[in-house]
Design a protein around this ligand. Structure first.
Ligand SMILES: Nc1nc2c(c(=O)[nH]1)N[C@H]1C(S)=C(S)[C@@H](COP(=O)(O)OP(=O)(O)OC[C@H]3O[C@@H](n4cnc5c(=O)[nH]c(N)nc54)[C@H](O)[C@@H]3O)O[C@H]1N2
Ligand SMILES: Nc1nc2c(c(=O)[nH]1)N[C@H]1C(S)=C(S)[C@@H](COP(=O)(O)OP(=O)(O)OC[C@H]3O[C@@H](n4cnc5c(=O)[nH]c(N)nc54)[C@H](O)[C@@H]3O)O[C@H]1N2
Ligand SMILES: [Mo]
Length: 770
């Protein structure tokens, strides 16, 4: 399909009429007019379904429409009338489909039949579930007999708590902890940083805190596109007089202004709510420096207050009673010079001091962050710096204050809660051993990055993907696609066709499952599932639609089918009983974690969700020191040191407003004014002049590392954009081929997707070189 490329800045706010228009466009695109609206009414409501888009909290009482533009797109994308049946696969070979863009593959619609890949015809062919399970089980059992560590069990963050519980148990009964999940590319930096700092792996902020906060600091999270329902809380906070300060290299629309589509007055008057009062466009990877600067300015304010005999700016009582490591932190910050700080973050001292005054005036401050902090070499340390800043004024464990990581996938946090982790020490191994009568594996399992390395090294024989689009989401695309087919077995459990299904092991299956919105009938009747939102609340999710095809199985049924065919029978693991009624899986979860899931079959219906304990919220610090810890960063930059070559730029990989991860809904990044193409590179005026490139020119990008691998991509259209000097932007997943696998967060192994060192190659440069 020919699309017209258009670059035209968008003057409108987030939300507003633009968002209503977009919702209606996507409803039509999936041929859904009559049935879509009742579906949306049940989105994120008690007795309704939990949106399959982001993980943001589901308030009670809910808004009349508790969905956003992008949540609606996600719902329509799953409810689509389009189908990808066996006849489709008979018509198209894998070689042909590999040439299709991500958008076109998924736009074909829902998968309808279990399929087995035939390498001779280069096509998928339908197969029965029994045959599929039998062969997968046989293959997995053979690998297990040789070495159970040679199989990898990946999860994308959408599967329910019930499915995830079964899946982690299956991997451990199989004999490994190879349970990488999308979190390994996402908020794993949070899961490593926060336990060390404050003794919990999740955020401490709940929805009610937005009612009481007077100050919000936003770092590297694009609320307007990626968690738009949070705009309601931000708008409420603004109307209560709260101030918002943002640190982001790009001016993201949702962080600037918002019109609530549910507010008729605002819609008619078009009188948008201003979101950020201060907006600091720092350099990518500059957050450790910026937060060090903020802390330094807070010390200065405190010094001045002390000198004037005014009340202290530091919460000395809190620091004394509740924290550890303050003196070292203070010494470190005071010893760091302003020149180094401003050079690293490319903000001025005056800007930082202005933000610091707002911070110091705030009585209860919330700090919100996303991938702009987690996806860097020092992602973990950046988050810990942010916690340090909060601790200086006792902003954790206080109403209206706290740390708020915004999780990605709708149940990614919950999957970690029920044991999807490669780290054996984080799983309840003793309980699993006792309940299921086996010896759980003790070896550390694969993260996403180490799984990729092991696949490249030829150390993996089987990959099972419970959802997701692994090959597309990871770094190092070319090497990975080249090595992937050497695996003996690849199994993909999915709702829609994507590129990861077209690069296959010697034996390969594509197993279609029910989506969360689809009625799931089992022996005991219709089933519900549960998820955990970004604020640590568990919710039931009730399906609303007939399945896309009668041949689909639920995810629990598929996991059980594979497990039974692979493992010797174990009378203590009742796979069939669990599939017959998911309440029994929840009972098993309750036996495994009594503190979280006792009586879960009742509590899961709590409107607004049932809270899990968050001790740091009560100022109980489950850390090694028993206190909240000030942690020092090892350097002032969060990025890799790319040397001093001015031709090397930091590439930020970005999401558009028209995608969910590798799922591309369309080509309209309205807020950034980029339409009809995703192959763009955003550059600032100064860098364009310096490099001699013009707006609209087509350029290549090359990774600027010297490791023997040549990574280059062609065909990016230059877009003049308000991005800091030395930084460029391009879309994820298109640009992933440029990310070296070894450039990941040091402590969490999250790929460093927000500052990839690259060079821009123009035609003139190529000609000059020739
Ligand atoms: N509609 C929609 N919703 C989604 C998703 C989606 O793709 N589409 N994805 C889901 C998932 S899995 C996730 S993890 C979340 C992702 O949501 P976000 O956390 O918002 O992730 P990104 O859009 O990748 O980038 C976030 C922001 O970081 C900024 N940034 C980049 N580098 C830096 C830096 O060095 N410092 C600072 N301070 N900022 C920086 C970018 O300009 C961008 O605005 O959203 C979830 N929700
Ligand atoms: N360069 C760069 N790379 C990144 C990122 C970045 O910001 N920059 N972000 C990273 C992040 S934060 C994440 S979370 C990962 C995402 O990585 P993944 O989670 O692996 O990818 P998704 O695009 O979310 O997966 C989409 C596929 O999931 C399947 N699916 C959808 N719904 C269901 C369901 O209900 N059940 C099953 N079984 N399958 C389903 C569909 O087949 C769909 O094609 O990407 C990471 N990669
Ligand atoms: Mo994510």
């Amino acid at each position: 399909m020919q699309r017209k490329t258009k670059i035209k800045p968008y003057p409108g706010p987030a939300g507003g009429w633009g968002s209503l228009k977009s919702v209606s466009r996507h409803m039509k695109k999936q041929h859904l007019i009559p049935e879509a609206m009742p579906a949306l009414e049940r989105q994120n409501k008690p007795k309704g379904f939990a949106c399959v888009s982001c993980a943001w909290a589901k308030p009670h009482p809910a808004h009349a429409a508790e969905f956003c533009e992008n949540g609606a797109k996600a719902t329509f994308w799953e409810l689509t009338k389009n189908r990808t049946p066996p006849e489709f696969f008979a018509r198209h070979s894998a070689a042909e489909l590999r040439l299709w863009p991500d958008h076109d593959l998924e736009q074909e619609g829902r998968l309808t039949h279990p399929m087995r890949f035939n390498h001779e015809t280069d096509r998928y062919e339908p197969v029965s579930w029994d045959e599929a399970f039998a062969e997968i089980g046989r293959e997995l059992a053979e690998i297990r007999a040789r070495d159970p560590r040679r199989a990898v069990f990946y999860t994308s963050g959408r599967a329910s708590l019930e499915t995830s519980y079964m899946y982690q148990l299956f991997a451990r009964l199989y004999g490994n902890n190879n349970l990488p999940d999308s979190s390994n590319m996402c908020h794993e930096s949070t899961s490593v940083a926060l336990p060390e700092s404050i003794g919990v792996p999740i955020g401490t902020v709940q929805l009610e805190d937005f009612q009481e906060t007077d100050t919000i600091f936003f770092f590297g999270q694009n609320v307007g596109s990626n968690s738009p329902r949070m705009l309601h809380q931000l708008k409420d906070a603004r109307e209560n007089g709260a101030r918002i300060v943002t640190f982001n290299p790009l001016r993201e629309r949702g962080l600037e202004s918002f019109i609530d589509p549910q507010d008729p007055v605002q819609m008619i008057t078009r009188d948008a709510t201003e979101i950020s009062q201060e907006y600091h466009q720092l350099r990518a990877g500059g957050d450790i420096a910026a937060i060090t600067g903020l802390s330094k300015a807070v010390f200065d304010l405190d010094d001045a207050a002390r000198a004037a005999g005014a009340p202290r700016v530091l919460d000395t009582e809190f620091i004394e009673q509740h924290t550890h490591g303050f003196a070292a932190f203070e010494a470190h910050v005071r010893a760091t010079g302003w020149d180094d700080i401003t050079r690293e973050c490319s903000l001025t001292r005056a800007d930082i001091e202005s933000a610091a005054r707002i911070y110091a005036e705030g009585k209860s401050v919330i700090a919100i962050y996303g991938m702009g902090l987690t996806q860097h070499k020092r992602g973990v340390e950046t988050i810990q710096m942010l916690v340090n800043l909060l601790l200086m004024r006792g902003n954790i464990g206080k109403r209206g204050a706290g740390i708020c990581p915004v999780r990605g996938h709708s149940n990614v946090q919950g999957q970690r809660t029920v044991g999807i982790t490669e780290k054996p020490e984080l799983a309840p191994m003793d309980k699993l051993a006792e309940l299921y009568g086996f010896t759980p594996p003790e070896d550390e399992g694969h993260t996403t990055v180490t799984a990729c390395q092991a696949i490249i090294n030829g150390e993996v024989d089987a990959f099972v993907g419970l959802g997701g689009n692994f090959v597309r989401a990871i770094p190092e695309r070319e090497l990975m696609e080249a090595h992937w087919p050497r695996m003996r077995l690849t199994v993909q459990i999915a709702t829609k066709l994507n590129r990861s299904h077209l690069i296959n092991g010697q034996v390969a299956y594509l197993l279609p499952c029910l989506g969360r919105l689809e009625i799931d009938r089992q022996a005991s009747g219709e089933q519900v599932v549960t998820i955990e939102d970004s604020t640590g609340k568990f919710h039931a999710s009730v399906p609303i639609r007939e399945p896309a095809s009668p041949h689909l199985l639920s995810e629990p049924a598929i996991v059980a089918g594979i497990a039974k065919a692979t493992l010797p029978a174990n009378p203590k693991v009742d796979w069939d009983g669990w599939v017959a009624g998911y309440a029994r899986i929840r009972d098993a979860m309750g036996r495994t974690w009594p503190e979280l899931f006792t009586d879960f079959n009742e509590t899961m219906w709590t409107p607004g969700g049932i809270s899990r304990p968050i001790p740091a919220r009560e100022r109980v610090w489950q850390t090694e020191t028993g206190k909240a810890n000030f942690k020092l960063p090892s350097a002032l930059t969060a990025s890799f040191d790319e040397g001093h070559d001015p031709a090397v730029l930091r590439l930020i990989t970005l999401r558009s407003n028209d995608q969910f991860n590798t799922t591309i809904y369309g080509y309209r990044d309205r807020f950034r004014g980029i339409y009809g193409t995703r192959m763009v590179v955003l550059l600032c005026d100064e860098d364009m002049q310096r490099l001699g490139v013009e707006d609209g020119a087509i350029v290549s990008m090359e990774t600027a590392v010297d490791d023997g691998v040549h990574r280059r991509m062609d065909g990016f259209r230059v877009v003049r954009y308000g991005i800091p000097k030395g930084c460029v932007g391009a879309y994820y997943p298109e640009a992933n081929a440029l990310i070296p696998l070894w450039q990941h967060a040091e402590k969490s192994m999250v790929p460093a997707a927000k500052s990839v060192p690259v060079r821009i190659i123009t035609r003139a440069m190529v000609e000059a070189a020739e």
